[in-house]
Design a protein around this ligand. Sequence first.
Ligand code: PMP
Length: 406
Amino acid sequence: INNINWSQVRADFPLLTREVHGKPLVYLDSANTSQKPVAVIDVVDDFYRRHNANVSRAVHQLGAEATEQYEASRKSLSRFLNVRADELVLTSGTTFAINLVAYSWALPRLQVGDVILLSRMEHHANIVPWQLIAERTGATIRVAELLPDGSLDMDGLWAAMTPEVKLLGLTHVSNVLGTVNPVREICKEARKRGITTLIDGSQAAPHMQVDIASIGCDFYVATGHKLCGPTGTGLLWARRELLQSMPPFIGGGEMIKEVRFDGTVFNNPPHKFEAGTPNIAGFVGLGAAVNYLSDIGMDHIHAREAELLAHATESLSSFDGLRIYGTAPGKAAIISFLIDGTHAHDVATLLDLEGVAVRSGQHCAHPLLQSLGVGATCRASLAFYNTHEDVDAFVLALHKVRKLLA
Ligand code: PMP
């Protein structure tokens, strides 16, 4: 990573130069949403200034340009994740993508006696849709529990994979603990047992080289706004035959070949699942975002974030009364913590006054926080555009905050 000029990379993000409460901004909330480089901002601006039109409808020049840019982004995403472009369904985000699988794949297939296996560390987006499906089908939900360091209890997981399990929904990386799950090994075991797998890559795709083809899952989902892209963008990947076997989720324009009142012929996947006018400018931005990340190199990004995480962990190790939740080896650059005798929201509020943005609360993971026995945590999440100075400013501000609250 020595040949990357990281201060130049940081300068690609205009927002990071602003001040908050009169202090230079230290943005440590990238697990919530990432900041956007100028390459993304410019391409969205240019789209609306010069190319704006609807996709796949008009024969005029602008319509052709908009369609071409939109489909070029699908290709960029397919290169980024090493899958076929016609197997990528573009969605509004991870939440929509998981709901698509829940309603289109699971609802027609599951029945009483079937089990949906989830892990304790899932985001609500990978819990609530399954509860809704369980309620409608009579299937039940089973939970794979964690070890004290925040990694999956693998023996427990294997034992939970009984013949009743039809689907395993698992996050690739935990948004609270930073744990990176061994998804390849898990999907291999699941496949042997005939269990369909859905991997939530929301927190993985922004931070490591994700090669979906080599993971061996059935469904992979991710969200664009954590990938330096615009909000309202995301994706679902599944093999073509699997997509073909699923009925449409949302009906409307774009997803049909022919509509008659006595029967409609649906378009082929992925278009079958993309009803209505999509977030065209958003996806043009997301295409630019993944090309930007690829230019830096996901391996470089991963190494840079590991280095920043090591620096932060080392600096916090001598902080009296600070406890970090999630210490699994090889974890992503996410630090959930609490300081004895303080409340997470108070710490986050005072950090904000120092210009440091962290998230506090339950991080859309109530069942996980319940099992940790805490009502809330503070979460500092790092990205490759953060610096060692950001880490130092955060630790310094944290000492100041503790003094104020003690
Ligand atoms: N899964 C995980 C692991 C997440 O971190 C998030 C975003 N916090 C989501 C799903 C939901 O993503 P979105 O809100 O973009 O649909």
